[in-house]
Write a protein that binds this ligand. Structure first.
Ligand code: GDP
Ligand code: MG
Length: 240
């Protein structure tokens, strides 16, 4: 059972951070809450959603939630999705809603391969179109690029942004794309974009709680099965 740690909503804003293991979730959160940059602060992915200390932004208390990473050596993507779904179901029933979702994508990934696409397709279905305005795709690891590779990073960013088989459908639905520069101010800039959004309900919460869909029958889960390219994952125009 995950530690919910959600005691009150009021002036609190909840932002969940997603992405594969090693994409920079923990470090984004530690920069946002004020830890110093530098050093190797990599930790194993938490097996459950983990709540971090709130950060104050413009009078709001922003509570950051680290989700277990996709592509993890210790957990299958389906188990990761189940953990996320369990947390989102329990908190939905308790009346909590997310204000923001940050999806970290390392710009150092040389190509958006099948697993990247599958994770993004799953994320698209987990959120649903109505929640897209509450999503920021944050590209990380810019400062790991050699100077001579910055242009490659920019062209990968362009591909992410423009390709109908990558982020474009989600950006068209209102999601944001930002660079994350591994600093507290950069993390806060991204969170500021989300802190004033109205809270949202995710598609997977509607499926699980309102429609009583089994987790394995949710659109997000279907994206993880073999043949995901032919499933409903492509229904909104992505990943064809
Ligand atoms: N250079 C650089 N390193 C980063 C950045 N973000 C994360 N890291 C490092 O990449 C490693 C993995 O990051 P981490 O935050 O643990 O990833 P997580 O598994 O998604 O939580 C850590 O050693 C971080 O210090 C970034 O934007 N730039
Ligand atoms: Mg982590």
């Amino acid at each position: 059972m995950p530690q919910l740690g959600l005691n009150r909503q009021g002036d609190e804003v909840f932002v969940a951070v997603f992405g594969r293991t090693g994409s920079g979730k923990s470090s984004f959160i530690s920069r946002a809450i004020g830890a110093d940059a530098g050093g190797n602060d990599s930790l194993p992915s938490p097996p459950h959603i983990t709540r971090c200390n709130p950060v104050s932004l413009f009078g709001k208390r922003v509570v950051l939630l680290e989700t277990p990473g996709f592509d993890d050596v210790n957990m299958s993507d389906m188990d990761v999705l189940k953990q996320i779904a369990l947390y989102l179901s329990i908190t939905y029933e308790k009346g909590y809603r997310l204000h923001g979702l940050v999806y970290m994508h390392p710009i150092t990934d040389v190509r958006a391969g099948a697993s990247t696409r599958q994770h993004l397709a799953m994320f698209q279905q987990l959120c649903g179109a109505n929640a897209m305005q509450n999503v920021v795709f944050a590209t990380s690891m810019w400062n790991q690029l050699q100077l001579s590779d910055i242009a490659k990073g920019i062209s990968r960013e362009e591909e992410l942004k423009c390709s109908p088989s990558l982020l474009r459908p989600m950006l068209d639905q209102g999601a944001h794309l930002r660079r994350y520069h591994n600093t507290g101010s950069s993390a806060k800039e991204i969170l500021t974009l989300l802190a004033h959004k109205p809270a949202t309900t995710l598609r997977i919460q509607e499926e699980l709680i309102i429609d009583h869909t089994d987790i394995l029958d949710t659109l997000a889960a279907k994206c993880l099965f073999d043949g995901w390219k032919d499933s409903e994952c492509g229904a909104e125009g992505a990943w064809r």
